[in-house]
Write a protein that binds this ligand. Structure first.
Ligand code: G1P
Length: 294
């Protein structure tokens, strides 16, 4: 069995749910306190033992690439001011893990974005993490690590799922499981953004996947689906009859950081888990809760 070493992060979308700020700042670069969303996702991948990150970027999103590049002039300036600690902080960004950029010109959906990483991935199983979904599991393993562990057992593609409210099923890829055994089940169907009455369950794909390289063949011939886009979910559905696909109900709290409220909640959660902010933030929140109106 080939080891999973690479993770693809699609990052070329327009981020329309987060307009107007995403007109000039890529949504992947919005801060969770002081690091961009994409760094939080990469940190989880590194914690899971993944060795190479492939970012599928848009050529217009220069800020994302700039963040990961060394800036010698800035480093020299900081050193001249005696701020070695800041240079060390910046150096960590480049040295944590190997980062490769590939491009999605003329975006045609998530499936198309993953297909753009075909050359960079090659003929091996790989992970996918979506920039909209941050999962925290402070006491346990990162969600993607949980999927990697399951891959070693089942040797098939796996989608990370969690239950969502019935009224939200039309926002997600929804799976139909054969029979859940604990957190794991083989799948018999997947539907991208179904209407409430057509959803086969409330188990939604939440931004993490392990995929076999067969997916590239299927994506290359995938017809457009929901939203007139080439959907990753539709290609995974075709994988079900060819190789089998599993769902894993991963452990951890997920934030939809592509949504404004979800993003604010993620920032509060991360701040509450930073020693220096926890007490003053809780005191402030308590004060706010006690006010009856705004
Ligand atoms: C994408 C996927 C969908 C998945 C969702 C999770 O949709 O197509 O299957 O459930 O991410 O966040 P998007 O949110 O990009 O429309």
């Amino acid at each position: 069995m080939k080891k999973i070493k690479k993770v693809v992060i699609p990052a070329a979308g327009l981020g329309t749910r987060f307009f107007p700020i995403t007109k000039s700042i890529p949504k992947e670069m919005l801060p969770i306190i002081d690091v961009p969303v994409i760094q939080v996702i990469i940190d989880e991948a590194v914690k899971a033992g993944l060795e190479e990150v492939i970012i599928v970027n848009s050529r217009d999103k220069k800020a994302t690439e700039h963040y990961f590049q060394a800036d010698e002039d800035l480093e020299k300036m900081l050193l001249a001011k005696g701020q070695e600690d800041l240079v060390k902080l910046l150096k960590q960004i480049e040295t944590k893990v190997k980062i490769t950029f590939t491009y999605q010109d003329n975006p045609q959906g998530l499936g198309h974005a993953v297909l753009c990483a075909k050359e960079a991935v090659g003929d091996e199983p790989f992970a996918v993490l979506l920039g909209d979904d941050i999962v925290v599991n402070y006491q346990g393993e990162p969600a993607i690590k949980q999927l990697m562990r399951v891959y070693e057992e089942v040797n098939c593609s796996i989608v990370g799922v969690q239950e969502v409210a019935k009224e939200d099923v039309s926002k997600y890829g929804i799976v139909k499981a054969l029979k859940m055994q604990g957190r794991l089940s083989e799948l018999c169907d997947l539907v991208e953004k179904p209407a409430i009455e057509e959803a086969p369950s409330c188990l939604a794909i939440l931004g993490c996947y392990i995929l076999t390289p067969k997916i590239f063949e299927l994506l290359a011939t995938q017809e457009r689906g929901a939203g007139n886009e080439i959907q990753l979910t539709d290609a995974i559905k075709r994988l079900v009859s060819l190789e089998g696909v599993y769902a894993y109900n991963f452990e951890g709290q997920r934030f939809d950081v592509g949504d404004k409220l979800g993003y604010v909640m993620a920032n509060i959660n991360f701040a509450l888990h930073r020693k220096e902010y926890r007490k003053p933030l809780l005191a402030y929140l308590k004060e706010e809760i006690e006010k009856e109106t705004i």
